[in-house]
Design a protein around this ligand. Structure first.
Ligand SMILES: *Cc1c(COP(=O)(O)O)cnc(C)c1O
Length: 356
């Protein structure tokens, strides 16, 4: 029986996407060939890549606005290095908003290329909030943000207005809500949270910000080379790209980002209401900074842990254990999660209260 999967990533995808992906592995487009055994230069796969790139821009409302969408190897973590490699000249400075483990990792890579300024940090409180007062040098090459902090359960709800290019790691909330995406110059996301299997990252970049560092860039790390190669400079991760395309089609067919946001807000509201109501649980994040994607919470009495764990496991729930740097629990409610799964968790929390 299929589990209620609250895993933070790799994570849930729509059931129909699993089925369509499985079918393509066996027989792609009734071709008598598996998706895994055809040339990436074949007509059928080039069509997949073209549609995936176009649909990413369409969902974000960024068609014909000077952006390029790419599907690249190396996950979000390689982007941590590709960003400064492509955008940060020697003797230049980049500004990073330090809101969690991933933001720290991104800034660390940038220090290999130039100076890094921390625009603000919530490290003082184990990253349980989003800093609102930020100091960004007007001469910085870019500001780097993490829209959703997967580990700490915080999410930026209102984005800082700056005059320099904005780079945003949207790994764990890509395609989950409506935003004016034209305010960003560089959006990237590892696929394995909201979009597809591990092995590919979506990069959406405004072409006009590239080619300004005066630096020679190894081909595989050079965004302009990837754009020129139409995201096929080398063999792309074909299966991960195809499965991401299936998810994007699913999002589009189910009302686009507006409808996805509505579903996601309903799920989060249901769970946070129970965390706040139930005296046996405590949220680790308060107020508007709470993530709609990843809800982090702890038990008010840790001695009850074994009993709670047994209850949710018996209810066919999986992947609820929190990240070691926060402890407790984390319910990841990505795009593909149904509200019925969240209701199952809420029912378990109520039952736990009754039994305690
Ligand atoms: C998971 C995650 C990453 C790391 O992704 P990889 O694809 O494993 O490199 C980076 N940033 C955020 C916000 C994440 O959630």
């Amino acid at each position: 029986m299929k589990k209620h999967n609250f895993s933070s990533g790799p994570s849930i995808l729509p059931q129909e996407v699993f089925e369509q992906a499985a079918e393509a592995v066996l027989d792609f487009n009734n071709s008598g060939l598996s998706l895994l055994e055809i040339s990436h230069r074949s007509k059928d796969f080039v069509a997949v890549m073209d549609e995936a790139r176009a649909l990413a821009l369409e969902l974000l409302g960024l068609e014909n606005k000077g952006y390029q969408a790419l599907f690249l190897h190396g996950g979000a973590s390689l982007q941590f290095a590709m960003i400064p490699y492509n955008l940060l000249g020697a003797n230049q400075k980049a500004s990073y908003l330090e809101t969690g483990t991933w933001a720290v990792a991104a800034a660390k890579e940038a220090r290999l290329f130039g100076e890094v300024e921390i625009a603000a940090s919530s490290k003082d409180a184990n990253f349980n909030y989003i800093p609102k007062e930020i100091g960004v040098s007007p001469d910085a090459s870019y500001l780097h943000l993490t829209s959703n902090n997967t580990i700490f359960g915080t999410q930026i709800q209102s984005f800082p207005e700056v005059t320099i290019p904005v780079v945003c790691d949207m790994s764990s909330d890509i395609f989950s809500r409506e935003l004016d995406f034209s305010k960003f110059d560089y959006i990237y996301a590892g696929a394995q949270k909201n979009m597809g299997p591990a092995g590919v990252a979506l990069v959406v970049v405004k072409e006009s910000i590239l080619g300004k560092t005066g630096r020679e860039i190894p081909s595989m790390l050079d965004l302009q080379k990837h754009i020129k190669g139409e995201s096929m400079y080398n063999t792309p991760p074909c299966f991960a790209v195809y499965t991401s395309l299936l998810t994007m089609r699913w999002i589009k067919n189910n009302g686009g980002l507006a409808a996805a946001e509505k579903r996601n807000r309903e799920k989060a509201a249901l769970l946070y209401a129970e965390i706040d109501r139930n005296p046996l649980f405590k949220s680790t994040v308060q107020g508007e900074d709470r993530s709609v994607m990843n809800a982090t919470f702890v038990l008010t009495d840790e001695r009850l842990q074994e009993r709670f764990d047994a209850l949710w496991k018996a209810a066919n729930i999986s992947g609820l254990t929190g990240h070691r740097s926060v402890g407790g629990y984390r319910a990841s409610m990505y795009n593909a999660m149904k509200i019925e799964s969240v209701q199952t968790l809420v029912d378990v929390m109520k039952e736990f209260e009754k039994q305690a």
